[in-house]
Design a binder for this molecule. Structure first.
Ligand code: CO
Length: 215
């Protein structure tokens, strides 16, 4: 078998041995079910794996990943993950994680057609347009790209908060907290963007559903 494929099974056997050595009941406990306190919405980029960079184990983070960690309101996969995580798993925190050097964000800053993905990246161009004055004022292209990564995360946090799923959960249960973080590929560090939202109080009126909305 081709090596990059066959080695996942070797890696898996070693990992199973390591986990059993650390905790002989590890797999038996996980097999009973999951109750993760965190939902992670991150980029598909192979360099940003949710568990590894947060030092968490299987069972601790419910994960959704797509190109450029987007919250697109017609994305049934994202909405299904969000609904299940918030209403069934009852997560306490939803985290949007972007990363500097994100290929999706960098592609969205350009004008080259890439293909089908252009339709997905257009949502990032919308973020650029909303923050165009700030971004255009940054002369260095790398710095401008880093800021767009951050602004994109912040807008995806707000996009989560615009969903009936999050707003109904706030009304009924006072959770979840919705956070935006950014990961730096250069040093491995995760930084909080200080954009945590936990209620409707600062949301523009047009997005706020009345209490007692259909649930
Ligand atoms: Co990325």
């Amino acid at each position: 078998m081709e090596e990059s494929y066959s080695k996942i099974f070797e890696g898996n056997r070693k990992w199973v041995d390591d986990m059993n050595e650390q905790d002989p009941a590890f797999f038996a406990k996980l097999a009973k079910g999951q109750k993760p306190p965190l939902l992670w919405i991150g980029c598909s980029d192979s360099r940003v794996p949710a568990n590894e960079i947060t030092g968490t184990l299987p069972g601790e983070v419910f994960v959704h990943r797509n190109i450029a960690n987007m919250v697109v309101h017609t994305d049934m996969s994202m909405l299904s993950v969000l609904d299940y995580a918030v209403n069934i798993l009852e997560v306490k925190h939803v985290i949007v994680c972007g990363h500097y050097g994100c290929g999706g964000v960098l592609a969205a800053m350009g004008n080259t057609q890439v293909g089908l993905i252009d339709n997905w990246l257009r949502h990032i161009k919308d973020v650029y347009r909303i923050h165009q004055a700030e971004l255009d004022a940054i002369p260095d292209a790398i710095e401008r790209g880093r800021r767009l990564v951050e602004l994109n995360v912040i807008e995806q946090v707000y996009d989560l908060c615009k969903t009936s799923i999050i707003q109904n959960a706030w009304t009924k249960t006072k959770r979840p907290y919705v956070h935006g973080v950014v990961y730096d590929l250069n040093n491995g560090l995760l930084v909080d963007l200080n954009c945590t939202v936990r209620d409707n109080s600062e949301m523009a009126d047009i997005y706020v559903f009345d209490d007692g909305a259909v649930v």
